[in-house]
Design a protein around this ligand. Structure first.
Ligand SMILES: O=P(O)(O)OC[C@H]1O[C@H](OP(=O)(O)OP(=O)(O)O)[C@H](O)[C@@H]1O
Ligand SMILES: Nc1ncnc2[nH]cnc12
Length: 190
């Protein structure tokens, strides 16, 4: 059950049409990876080149004039959406990865998930003090992942401008966990 995300200002009709088509391409798999989880599968979105391009375009249209200097993508699915956005807006891309994947010196943050706990790492030196950051992932559930990514960026004195996800699981209230930090999503799902 997915719906176009509500916004404070009216969403242009063309955007709503694109968002509806994007939403329709996302497959929901019950009980994956554990009983009770309704898994939002974006791999079916990727099979539709128009929906995939519209997804990237909607983010690019929002961020191209926000003076973003770094797009930070969260492993693994933030690596799908982050790099094309970074290229289109002229920002560097920085991967935020699961432990022991990055070869250089790292800083790390632990976080809790809808189904488990994990840790994320970022290369020291990839982000500079004063960088204006956009954090990109496919989905926000409890918000733990985005909070940990923001903490990593703020520890190196970057300014996190916004977090951007394709999907929000609104019932889990991850948005509240982000506090004052803005979150932009295309599709809100219950
Ligand atoms: O808002 P949260 O409760 O923190 O959950 C959201 C995170 O969960 C999923 O990743 P997952 O940890 O399953 O890793 P994967 O992308 O490597 O499969 C998703 O892609 C987000 O990164
Ligand atoms: N329900 C869900 N679907 C896809 N990815 C997720 N990450 C956390 N919860 C998820």
């Amino acid at each position: 059950m997915a719906a176009a995300a509500a916004a404070i200002s009216p969403v242009p009709k063309d955007d709503l049409e694109r968002i509806a088509k994007i939403s329709a391409t996302i497959r929901v798999i019950p009980d994956f990876p554990k009983p009770g989880i309704m898994f939002q599968d974006i791999t079916t979105l990727l099979l539709d080149p128009v929906a995939f391009k519209d997804t990237i375009d909607l983010f690019v249209e929002r961020y191209k004039h926000m003076n973003i200097s770094v797009v930070a993508g969260v492993e693994a699915r933030g690596f799908i959406f982050g790099p094309p956005i970074a290229l289109a807006i002229g920002a560097k891309f920085v991967p935020i990865r699961k432990p022991k994947k990055l070869p250089g010196e790292v800083i790390s943050e632990e976080y809790s998930l809808e189904y488990g706990t994990d840790k994320m790492e970022m290369h020291v030196g990839a982000v500079q003090p004063g960088d204006r950051a956009l954090v990109v992932d496919d989905l926000i559930a409890t918000g733990g992942t985005l909070c940990a990514a923001m903490k990593l960026l703020e520890r190196v004195e970057a300014h996190v401008v916004e977090c951007a996800c394709v999907i929000e699981l609104a019932e889990l209230k991850g948005r509240d966990r982000l506090g004052e930090k803005p979150l932009f999503v295309l599709v809100s799902s219950t």
